[in-house]
Design a protein around this ligand. Sequence first.
Ligand code: AMP
Length: 483
Amino acid sequence: MFAEMMDLSAEKMREECGVLGIYAPGSNVAQMAYYGLYALQHRGQESAGIAVSDGKTIQGEKGMGLVSEVFQDTGKLTHLPGHISVGHVRYSTTGSSSLVNAQPLLIRYRSGFLAIAHNGNLVNGHELRHSLEEEGSIFQATTDSELIAHLIARSGEQEIVAALQNALPRLRGAFTFVIMTADKLVGLRDPQGIRPLSLGETAGGYVLASETCAFDTVGAEFVRDIEPGEMVVIDKKGPRFISYAHSEKKSLCVFEFIYFARPDSNLHGKNVHMVRKRLGRKLAEEQPAAADIVTGVPDSSLSAASGVAEQQGLPYEMGIIKNRYIGRTFIQPSQEIRSLGVRLKLNPVRQIVEGKRVIMVDDSIVRGTTSLKIVEMLRNAGAKEVHVRISSPPVISPCYYGIDTSNSAELIGARMSVSEMAKAIGADSLGFISEAGMLECMDLPPEGFCTACFSGYYPLGKGKCGGKYALASEEEGVCGGCG
Ligand code: AMP
């Protein structure tokens, strides 16, 4: 039991998720949540869940796997009548296949029922858990949802907004929550706004989603983003916006634009595809290569690859094809399986690359597995030269705010120079966009982003030590405690 707990807490650092909330009297909210979660599937494939309130009670269904697998029996949805709903998809990470961590979390406490869905990662989660345990709280899972549930229940406040205002100042890190009581839907972002959340409107109600692509699927119109440090409370009187905290420094995760979000989503009003295309153009401007064709690693780098091709005046070709029926390989437990996974998932088109000087564009290099395999594949398929271009700077530091970018020891960018990396992946040349160039492409104030994975600058500390030192050097935004 103890070993299992230790393992789970170690793995929890890498939690990536999609959250959804619907308030729509007169609509089939369970069905809407189901379609909305389909649109957010890329944000998490380990587990999926939907909870629905009919104004008196809350019921939910959740399970391991894709949305289509968990709700394979769509009859499950008809057993969830109501007018408010919360949905969640959770990312698959090493060793984390545990139903106890699936969300939304449903709890009953003295003021009623709650369903909680969370995206992000608290840097003081361990510390908070420890102090709550000391005071007698019992935890079943390792999710941050359970922490906020305890803090709400212990706040002594009957009303959800007051309870949250009491609980939220104790949280430190990245958090976007969608919370449902029997008669209200609440959405909120942490004071720095690390993870996104947007509000949309349907004919009969409102939708909250991690990404705007979910609005298109459920027929909602975008209203506005929830601001950092803001909560929206939706009930029969409509939405009410409450600013619950203020932070001078805003820190939207730049990796959402680079890799994580879907290209048809808009984050802070900027379309993700357009940003990626600008990244490609800038990359080619900074790191041009003499070549015949440009190709991208499907799907996340295709927008950037088209930008590179445009900038260099070269044909953009489908030089690599993706098998769409294979899940993500990134998260496989061993390096051997991860390498095999790349080969299963991606295959070059010989007729396109044979005898050509190829620019191969990817959105990021984390461990180097994908680039290594693709360079090898392209050479085996007859490419004369392979020039690798990456539309983000080298990942040099792990993420403590909810993106699975591995630990320092595994990050190739933390261990090697660019020329060493080029050699290691077998490329004729390797070029990354600069950090300044990347930020310029966002077309938003550069100081409004968290770039910790590329810069090593952590706006909220690392919390690696369990939060003990996370506050040590708050002014600089870097946790010095872990050494
Ligand atoms: P690697 O193969 O370890 O260098 O990882 C880089 C590849 O994985 C790129 O093709 C990215 O598109 C993809 N990738 C980057 N970050 C993530 C992530 N957090 N989860 C899954 N895949 C990722």
